[in-house]
Each structure stands twice: as C-alpha cells, then as structure tokens.
Design a protein around this ligand. Structure first.
Ligand code: SF4
Length: 450
C-alpha cells in the first residue's frame, strides 16, 4: 500500500478540500500517513492569497528534495494541489524540475489518477480541469479535522473581483451546491455524532443554487437565509457560517438567527476599510454607510451576536483621513476581534498595477494604531464574560497546557478549563473566571448540556 503525506496551507476551504483528497485516496487504497519521511508521495495543498504563502511552497519543496531520505536515493513523488497549482499550472515544472505533478483547485477529485500516472512514468503531469459531475463532497470521520466539527462547503469560487484579491483567478466563478445535497450531508454528519458544522465558502451569503430543490418549505428573503432555516431544521446542535460578503448580507439572515437557536451567535463580515474612497478603489461593492446599516441590524438581534472582520491598512493612496475613517468605523462597530493586514501587492490582481505608495513605516504605524484600538475594545468584550456561564463544545486537549481542555462557545470564543477527557465531544456549561485578550478561562458547572 502506497503511503501519502498531505500538508495544507491556507483557508478553511483548503482544509476542507484536503479532507476530501484524503477520503478519496483512502477509498482508492492509499494509506494517509502523518510521517513525512515514511511517505511515498508528499502532497502540498497550497494557498496563493499572500505572496508569503506562495513562497512557502518553494521552501517546502526544497526541504523535501534535500531530506536525508532523498539524499539516500529514495525519491518521493511531490504533488502540488490548490490555488498556486491553479494559477501557475505547468510553469511549476520549470527550473529545477522538483515537482512531479500539479492539480488545480477543481481537479483534486482525480488525485489518485495523477499519482498512478506518475508511478507509471509520466513526467510533468498536470490537470487544471473542472470538477467531475459526480464529485463526492462528503468526508468520512477518519479524514475530518475534528470528530465533532465538520466543514460543509456550500459555494465555491468568487465573482466579486475585489482589486487586491487573487481568489477569483485561483478558485474561478461562484458555483453553489444544491440545497438537497447540503441537507443530506448535514443529516449524515448529525447521525455520525457531529455537533457543529461550518457552512463554508468564499462568500456563503452569495449562495444561489440553480434550483430551489430542498428549500421549498422554508421562507426567507434570499436563498442563503432559506438554506440557514433548512439546515437549522435538521436539528444539528450548532451551525456556523463563514465568510459573509457585506453587499449580500440581507437583514433576513439576522432574522433567521433570531428564529433558530442552533444558528450560532457569530457573524464574520469583512469590511476591509472605513473609507468610501478606499472601498471604491478596492471595488468592494459596498459603502461604509451600507456596511454600518448591516452592523446595526446585527447588533439589534435578540441574542448578542459576536462580530468579527478583516481590515487592510495601507492600500494605495490611503490618506491619513481615510485611515482615520477606518479607526472611526472600528470604534463604532466594536468588533469582538479582527484580522488586520498590511497591504501588499499581489501579482495577477488589478491592484498590482497601482503604485504601492504607502511607505512600509506608515503601514506599520497604521497597523499598530488600529490593532491597539481593536484590542482595547476586544478586552472590554472579553471582560464582560467574567462570572457568566457559557456553553462550550469540548474539542481537544489544550495545546498550551495538557492539563486543560479547550473548545469554542457559540460566539466563537476559545475557552480553556480543567476537566476529564471523557468530556471531549460534549457541549458543557463553563463559568468564566478569567479573561485574557484572546482566550477565556473557566470552571465546569456541575452539569453538562449534551
Ligand atoms: S469577495 Fe473580494 S476579497 Fe473575498 S474572495 Fe472575492 S474577490 Fe476576494
């Protein structure tokens, strides 16, 4: 039996693709090994969002080709999957010819075929084709990143073409999965004992299936809010969704959350900038006024919804006034947390032709100032949980302290606490006793919930 070592960079979508690659390989008689040195095949599922992530690929291939195993003449097959594979294609074979095959983002279902072709002696095998019609989206427990949590892709690709972003080029146009297939998967996962699902996609709320099959019995202003209600009706304990696109964030999504307790208390809504000038240059398709209207709706929900975002500082031509607008917006929104990025031009994107005219020093200053403000709001929000009781899905032993267990709340906060391994996979009540900037700590209440 040939052994395969699989390494994944990037977002939830890549983690989810890798899970299905592992499931396909296992079904075709390969063994997935956690031991890189023992593997006959090393697969790298790549991310292209930042140039740094792309460089990681070349570093990793170099490490593999210089390993003790390779030096002893025992060569491994190296396959590159995912976004860098899709964008670079055949050019990845140029230079020192260290890569054996390349599979694009939608060709990953044919991974076994690619490996067999290379074993049969084919050189420079590549496949950047579309998904097969009968592509299997389900993943068995053995290949999931967690026995208790599952990613369920509902839409892939992106039609938005924000000027700084490579995703529409690496992942192609938006394509929604049929609702009936999504519901079938969620029911299966529930039967397998999964407690929490994450509906995932580059823009989940742009969900637009070709037919309404599976959604007919559910009201809702958009296909996505009807899907949320349909998934909630499966009775699975927790449903999270990520990422939402502001322009397509209809108020009815908040109504669906209000109606269904198993739709979790968390919305991730990337704003990117607080300035309309910059939002226009980024071609985001929303203004700051329309974004804040959505935030007001989220804040008016009957349950407190946690709110997270992504922000880029130092986009070309961002003035001090534009940045001040971002600070003002962030203070108004009081995000539970935010991913802040310093702009860097990405080859292949429309913004690459703009002059990157904000000095590195200024980008860093803006980053730190915004981070300070967001962390300060975040601290107050985390402190507000002190002495409160929250429900936590116990996911794993804490990586920082082996004596502690770790899990997430419905509002996506990490909570660590002391307890028995027997609690893994259960949803339990924890009283919060300490709040650090990114993590809550607590004690088990004397009963658990499910
Ligand atoms: S919405 Fe914009 S930032 Fe998000 S994936 Fe699409 S192009 Fe990229």
């Amino acid at each position: 039996m040939k052994k395969v070592y699989l390494e994944t960079f990037g977002c939830q979508m890549n983690v989810s693709d890798s899970e299905r690659v592992a499931a396909k390989l296992a079904a075709d008689g390969f063994e997935i090994t956690p031991n890189e040195a023992a593997a006959d095949v090393v697969l790298i599922n790549t991310c292209s969002v930042r140039e740094k992530a792309e460089h990681k690929l070349y570093t990793r291939v170099g490490q593999i080709r210089n390993s003790e195993r390779e030096k002893s003449g025992n060569k491994q097959i190296v396959g590159v999957l995912g976004c860098v594979a899709q964008l670079e294609g055949e050019t990845l074979f140029e230079g020192r010819n260290e890569i054996d095959f390349v599979l694009g983002t939608k060709a990953v279902g044919r991974v076994s075929q690619a490996i067999e072709q290379v074993f049969a002696g084919q050189k420079n095998y590549f496949d950047l084709g579309d998904r097969e019609d009968n592509y299997d989206w389900s993943v068995g427990e053995a290949q999931r990143h967690s026995p208790y949590i599952a990613f369920v892709p509902i839409i892939e690709g992106c039609n938005k073409f924000c000027t700084y972003c490579i995703v529409p080029f690496s992942r192609g146009r938006e394509k929604s999965l049929p609702a009936s297939e999504i519901i079938r998967q969620v029911l299966n996962l529930r039967r397998q004992g999964v407690k929490e699902i994450h509906l995932i996609g580059q823009n989940v709320n742009s969900y637009r299936p070709k037919t309404d099959s599976g959604l007919e019995n559910f009201h809702g202003a958009t296909a996505f809010s009807r899907l949320l209600r349909a998934v909630a009706a499966t009775g699975i304990e927790r449903i999270k969704f990520n990422t939402s696109f502001p322009r397509d964030f209809h108020p009815d999504i908040v109504d669906a959350l209000d109606e269904n307790e198993n739709l979790c208390n968390w919305v991730h809504l990337p704003v990117q900038s607080g300035s309309n000038n910059i939002l226009r240059a980024m071609r985001r398709g929303h203004t700051i006024e329309s974004y804040l209207e959505k935030i007001d709706k989220i804040k008016s929900a009957s349950r407190k919804l946690s709110l997270t975002t992504d922000i880029i500082v130092g986009f070309p031509n961002e003035t001090d006034e534009d940045f001040f607008d971002t600070l003002k917006m962030a203070d108004y929104c009081k995000f539970d947390s935010a991913f802040i990025f310093k702009y860097s031009p990405r080859p292949g994107t429309p913004a690459y032709s703009m002059i990157d005219n904000i000095l590195a020093r200024n980008k860093t200053e803006r980053f730190l100032e915004l981070e300070k403000l967001i962390k300060s709001n975040q601290r107050s929000i985390f402190q507000s949980y002190l002495d409160k009781t929250v429900k936590v899905l116990v996911e794993k032993i804490s990586s920082k302290n082996k004596a502690e267990l770790s899990g997430h709340t419905t509002c996506q906060k990490v909570v660590n606490f002391k307890g028995s391994n027997k609690l893994l996979g259960k949803i339990i009540e924890i009283k919060i006793t300490q709040a650090k900037t990114n993590t809550l700590y607590g004690e088990i209440c004397d009963h658990y919930v499910s």
